[in-house]
Design a protein around this ligand. Structure first.
Ligand code: CA
Length: 226
């Protein structure tokens, strides 16, 4: 397993690099955003770990840059900022998970395992369908009524999760935990925001509607309106 670590604080970066190497991970280390960008765009990594506050290019900007060319590599953000808003900014930039400093090294290892396992799980391609909507999890192509629908990586995971749970009411908490692998404080509307993005792409202009709101409970993907 090859890991890119972008972290400008020498004490923190050498501690993490040493610990990961003891676990037999291969680690490339960059001390600033620019060097991190060069490495990220010219090598294949199993996971990218980004400190948020970096010289030259911030971790958030770097995350966006990487996502423009690579939608599949897992990205984990490290930061001292731990509010829900900061998490949402990071996740919106395309990060998969978020770890607040200071953290226990065991916690970092657990996140790395979870993120790389999820990536490997996706290696068996399947066709998932409901009504005239179909998703090919191998080619990542989604079509409705034969028309290709372009989804962002996170919208894709969200729709995939719905398709795997057709007819089942999914609460916001369950969706947040499965799609962002993070527990959101109540009052965060990230799930609703993404459901809206998805509805605009897969339901708007099509019939029947597939994503239904169950007031007070959550959302369900199903064909009938009842
Ligand atoms: Ca830093």
């Amino acid at each position: 397993m090859k890991i890119l670590l972008v972290e400008d604080e020498p004490k923190v970066s050498s501690f993490i690099k040493k610990g990961l190497e003891e676990q037999t991970y291969l680690v490339d280390l960059a001390y600033d955003g620019l060097m991190g960008k060069k490495l990220a765009l010219s090598n294949e990594y199993d996971i990218v770990i980004l400190d948020v506050i970096l010289p030259s290019i911030s971790g958030i900007e770097l995350c966006k840059e990487i996502r423009k060319v690579n939608t599949s590599v897992p990205i984990l953000l490290l930061t001292a900022l731990g509010t829900t808003e900061d998490k949402v900014i990071g996740l919106d930039a395309g990060a998969d998970d978020y770890l607040t400093k200071p953290f226990k090294f065991m916690e970092l290892l657990a996140r790395i395992r979870a993120l790389t396992r999820r990536k490997n799980n996706q290696s068996t391609p399947t066709i998932l369908t409901i009504a005239d909507l179909e998703m090919d999890t191998g080619s990542k192509i989604v079509k409705r009524n034969g028309k290709v629908i372009n989804l962002t990586a996170r919208e894709f995971f969200l729709l995939e999760f719905f398709l795997q749970n057709k007819g089942r009411v999914l609460s916001r908490a369950v969706i947040a935990e499965n799609i962002w692998e993070i527990s959101f404080d109540t009052g965060t509307n990230i799930v609703d925001v993404y459901i809206n993005y998805l509805r605009n792409k897969i339901d708007k202009g099509f019939s029947p509607k597939l994503i239904h709101t169950i007031i007070g409970m959550g959302y369900v993907l199903k064909i009938n309106d009842e």
